[in-house]
Design a protein around this ligand. Structure first.
Ligand code: CA2
Length: 148
């Protein structure tokens, strides 16, 4: 089964514990459980990570080069600041789906710019935790062998 790294950036460990009006009531552990269940349906092995440290996320993306067929990533605030994460993703050869729980385009202007989007195959935002599951659907379709 192909392995998919699902990566989460800073403060997402607080999901479900603060600001539920923006980010919902589910915890990151709930999102992980849903991703693992969805992965089982789709024939994907999910490796779920969260880090508050930019360098650790960069190193996890480097590991993905050998260990993962695809990446789904919510880089959180690093979306808007991190050229290092963008560069690491540009060195990854498989599909990359960028996910945001909130609709970043309806919020402060600075959230509309994403460095990560420059390396992403596709971007999903504003659909809450369902966005992670849609990202896995997209990855499964992209990775599936073409029938024609
Ligand atoms: O909408 C998203 O998923 C974001 O990536 C979330 C980031 C934000 O900086 C991005 O602009 C959009 C923030 C993640 C912080 O998550 C928290 C969750 C609960 C309580 C506090 C922070």
């Amino acid at each position: 089964m192909p392995t998919v790294f699902v990566l989460n950036g800073p403060n997402l460990n607080l999901l479900g514990k603060r600001q539920p009006e923006i980010y919902g009531h589910e915890t990151l552990a709930d999102v992980e459980a849903s991703c693992i269940a969805k992965g089982e349906d789709l024939g994907l092995t999910i490796r779920f990570h969260q880090s508050n440290h930019e360098g650790e996320i960069v190193e996890t993306i480097h590991r993905a080069r050998d260990e993962a067929a695809a990446i789904a990533i919510n880089p959180a605030a690093y979306t808007h600041t991190s050229v290092a994460i963008m560069d690491a993703l540009l060195a990854f050869e498989g599909p990359i789906i960028e996910v945001h729980l909130s609709n970043v385009h309806r919020r402060e202007e600075f959230r509309s710019h994403s460095w990560v989007s420059k390396a992403a195959t596709g971007v999903i935002c504003g659909l809450g935790s369902q966005g992670y599951l849609l990202a896995l659907d997209a990855i499964a379709r992209i990775l599936a062998p073409k029938s024609v």
